[in-house]
Design a protein around this ligand. Sequence first.
Ligand code: H79
Length: 595
Amino acid sequence: MNGTRGLFILVFVLAQLGFTAASQRDFTKETPEQRAKRLEWFNEARFGMFIHWGLYAVPGGEWNGKFAPPGGGEWIMETMKIPIPDYAQLVPQFNPVQFDAHKWVRIAKDAGMKYIVITSKHHDGFGLWRSDLTDWCIKSTPFQRDPLRELADACRAAGLKLCFYHSIMDWHHPDYANRRKYHHLTDGQPDMDRYVEYMKGQLKELLTRYGPIGILWFDGEWEKAWTHERGVDLYNYVRSLQPDIIVNNRVGKGRAGMAGMDQGQGVGDYGTPEQEIPATGFGPGVTWESCMTMNGTWGYRKDDHDWKSATVLVRNLIDCASKGGNYLLNVGPTGAGLIPESSVERLIAMGHWMKVNRESIYGTKPSPFKRLPWGRCTTKSTGRETTLYLHIFDWPKDGKLFVPGLLNVPRRAYLLSDTRKLPLTAASIEDGLVLSVPLVTSNAISTTVVLKFREPLWIQEHGLAQAADGTIMLSAAEATLHGGLRLETHSGVENIGYWTNPQDSVEWEFKVTRPGRFEVGGSFAAESASAIEFRVGQQTLRGNIGPTGSYRQFHDLSLGVLEFPARGKVSLTVRGVKSGWQPVNVKSLSLRPVQ
Ligand code: H79
């Protein structure tokens, strides 16, 4: 054999080996047990802090004396169409000397948060760490420190997991394929492969310098520049550097809108609803985390004073836990390095609540109930014992808390806030449990009642029933949806949407105890006039809807009368009327007795 040829073959074989060694492990293929073990800490944590911090904190939403449109905190470069040289003027202004990693971590920990996700790089491409691969990072600012190192040290000392948010979309790098027109970049064509090499190089820095990282939280994956194949490759790359790391689903292309869950071909470990909490959980094995701002903006915005109350924030956390998800709550520190006081106040209030109620959040499993009229439920089980944590948002004025459908009598019942665990009286009635609780509660945000059982839970929900005045309220969340219909949530309000096919139908089951004639009303939104049809047994009723202005503007309408002649279970179905059908959103129906 010719020597040169032998050498050629050897090099070729080695190159092949090198190639397979680099890409051989497919981390998307692991057993459910391996996956569950890797995600264990995350599923127990339930509560994390999101931190959006970067150059954009300096303008705080204001550019050349004008405030950016809503969202223009971290998005200010894009919404104000700021060319790179102008945006780069922020670099010498970024000097957050008041930044104190221990203080930030203390604020998170005292609130009850178990992990921190900070923007190593947001869409503007600017790195918060001292990268060797670009000058477009913190080493070019007067702030000659490394905030990620300081946070990594502070997190380790406090026992919190540090995680990185990393934007795939990059408005600064010339090789990112979907270049911004307003940058007027002329230096050749973007080369996405080269960009990915750069991004991997940066991720390697992030995953080898700061110890174990809990999560890589990708974002900005929705543009054409990014593909499923690139997503799978990046997922495997990140896990090859830290095999135990958790990667969100925005590494790939599977995410369906702001609801954040994968549809079709997805990659990544968990779903990422943004600014919304799913109407229901997704069953065992589906992991998710709702991320949300405290006001209306992720990055610091000095003119955004639209803060959610501590009550809403705590109830959101409970809501997520009751559906088996995590709550990732955002803060946007200032250009001086401070978490805004309004955020700190709210986190302190959440911490006070968590101090008493932590046991009802961490490591809990979702609610076994479909609906509870006064709040939410989380559960735990250890050995033979099952615990229900009832989270009471609306305290019963008569001191009687009814748990509909719960047929066991608990071995013990007490208030979680009661250090003496004085027993509450519990009594079974026909279709549920009645607990005697104090007439007033000491915690108006949410009070937790603990129920302990030795035997398996016996829950039989009867569905909806008539209220004292005979009315039957049917909410979107309680409907069974047939076809392509979906339950959506906007600003905490749930409605049935995606009703683009009149053949799709909505069904409610309920119990009639006082028969009679009922006026059918409802809350609907439609862009154009439409018609729907109600069916109960042999009866039908047609109703005309809208237009109401938009799909978000709900009007209360009265549509006619239906009769429920006998006591018993009733199934009511709503369908579109084929001729003249236009999509309709439905928030609720009401059935009121007519005399
Ligand atoms: O990092 C946070 C956001 O900056 C990012 N994801 C969270 C976690 C995000 N990217 N896109 N979106 C959120 C939704 C898109 C919003 C937009 Fe707009 C509507 C982009 C342009 C119009 C909001 C409003 C941003 C600018 C104006």
